[in-house]
Write a protein that binds this ligand. Sequence first.
Ligand SMILES: CC(C)(COP(=O)(O)OP(=O)(O)OC[C@H]1O[C@@H](n2cnc3c(N)ncnc32)[C@H](O)[C@@H]1OP(=O)(O)O)[C@@H](O)C(=O)NCCC(=O)NCCS
Length: 148
Amino acid sequence: MSIRPITAADTIAVRWPILRPGFPRETAVFDGDDAPGTLHFGGFDGERLVGVASIYLVPFPAQPDVSPAYQLRGMATLPEVRGAGFGKALLDACVAAAREHGAGLLWCNARTSAMPFYEKNGWQTVGEEFDIPTVGPHFRMVVPLVDG
Ligand SMILES: CC(C)(COP(=O)(O)OP(=O)(O)OC[C@H]1O[C@@H](n2cnc3c(N)ncnc32)[C@H](O)[C@@H]1OP(=O)(O)O)[C@@H](O)C(=O)NCCC(=O)NCCS
């Protein structure tokens, strides 16, 4: 297993089938994918890309004064590698990169189905459940990086 920087275009191969199945390819392209501060990571099993995660310089709505802050988006692994640690390794890479860039926190809109994954990795839930149309119920989650 290895985690390496990838391009925005590379992420689509995993993002599209896992996070936007049945929707057009362009729905897997996110605002800010090519912004200067955005970072994309790939999880590789040998040379095969099996997981992706991206972080974007976006303030956390619940703590807009914390700057810089990164938003995690596009966290996904292929079903056949789930439970093998790629998700955790990608999250760790995102946390490390956010710290390296001086961020005070890393946050995300977590699908309720994925909340246990984030909780296991030390993320905290903030606020009430909300719906993202076509995607489903979410909670905001955050990991403070104050020790970084
Ligand atoms: C959420 C996701 C990225 C986790 O990836 P993964 O490759 O399975 O993650 P890991 O193998 O590193 O798992 C880490 C731990 O979290 C647990 N875990 C992972 N997903 C979980 C889930 N949905 N519910 C409960 N536990 C989960 C694993 O069992 C593992 O536990 P362990 O450390 O006790 O063995 C993956 O399931 C996925 O792509 N899901 C579909 C897309 C999605 O929901 N993305 C998140 C959008 S917010």
